[in-house]
Write a protein that binds this ligand. Structure first.
Ligand code: R5P
Length: 284
């Protein structure tokens, strides 16, 4: 097996290759002055099972993925597996208003044209998985998040809304902690209102888990609600740290104590690695 790293996932690709004891190749990607993507894999052939590790967000990374798929095919890849740690466009899994595209389906169709298998991590809406024509697997980061916090004496794990309670429950079970959910109402794109959890938070170390943080509005409101309910420590961990604009700055200046995310998107707080779960899926 050969692991090819795209520009979005350099460290993760390296870590995966080390975990699997297989060859690692980093694609050299640059941009032309007009912004178009140029990429090259500096090898004569890739006559093996090839795994491309690359996000499809933001849009530039999606284009790079298409180009890498073509490049590895031309280099003779026997099979092509796409590891997409953060799969973009998963929010628009259907047409909500007439005239809209079914964005997630567009992405799955096009990515599926040149590959044999797709691996994603905590895809935002699982319904999107049904759009893949090839074998696919969505891995859950709850286990690596729980592992990271096993020595932190967490009393309670909460999700910011009822829809994400399964993730919080799964992390809590692994930590031997309680779980609950907050009640979130979205007011605008960046503003949310949060009602406290039913569980008593007084004097507790609480861990908030979510699949993604974008503007940070959800987590800032959640941390504030938990503090007001008497939590002594508020940790935050998400799978995908999208962090638009100055979200990390806003979050670190808010009511939470510690902010962490997985390395599906590589940034200054992505210290929880998903390499073990991806490596185990690839070796299956
Ligand atoms: C919602 O369904 C997601 O799980 C996140 O809670 C949400 O996308 C976070 O967005 P933001 O950081 O902008 O509040």
């Amino acid at each position: 097996m050969i692991i090819v790293g795209g520009s979005s996932s350099r460290d993760l690709a390296k870590e995966l290759a080390a975990a699997l004891g297989c060859a690692h190749v980093q694609a050299a990607t640059t941009r032309f002055p007009d912004g178009e993507c140029y990429t090259r894999i500096d090898h004569k052939e890739l006559n093996d099972d090839v795994v491309i590790v690359q996000n499809t967000y933001p849009d530039g990374n999606l284009i790079e993925m298409f180009l890498l798929q073509d490049a590895v095919k031309r280099l003779g890849a026997k099979t092509i597996t796409l590891v997409i740690p953060y799969f973009g466009y998963a929010r628009q899994d259907r047409v909500f208003k007439t005239g809209e595209p079914e964005s997630a389906r567009v992405m799955t169709k096009h990515l599926g044209l040149v590959c044999d298998r797709i691996i994603t991590v905590d895809i935002h809406k699982e319904a999107v998985l049904d759009y893949f024509d090839c074998p696919h697997e969505d891995l859950k980061a709850a286990g690596v998040i729980a592992d990271y916090f096993k020595d932190k004496e967490i009393d309670l794990v909460v999700s910011p809304d009822v829809g994400a309670i399964d993730r919080a429950r799964s992390v809590a079970e692994k930590l031997g902690a309680e779980s609950d959910h907050l009640k979130k109402t979205r007011i605008s794109g960046s503003e949310v209102r949060m009602e406290p959890a039913d569980t008593d938070c007084k004097g507790k170390s609480v861990l908030i888990v979510d699949d993604m943080i974008s503007t940070g509005g959800t987590i800032i409101a959640a941390a504030q609600a938990l503090r007001e309910a008497g939590a002594t420590r508020v940790y935050v961990a998400c799978t995908h740290g999208v962090f638009v604009n100055n979200a990390i700055e806003r979050l670190t200046g808010s009511s939470l104590d510690t902010l962490l995310c997985c390395n599906t998107l590589e940034n200054e707080v992505s210290h929880i690695s998903v390499a073990p779960i991806i490596a185990s899926a690839l070796s299956r």
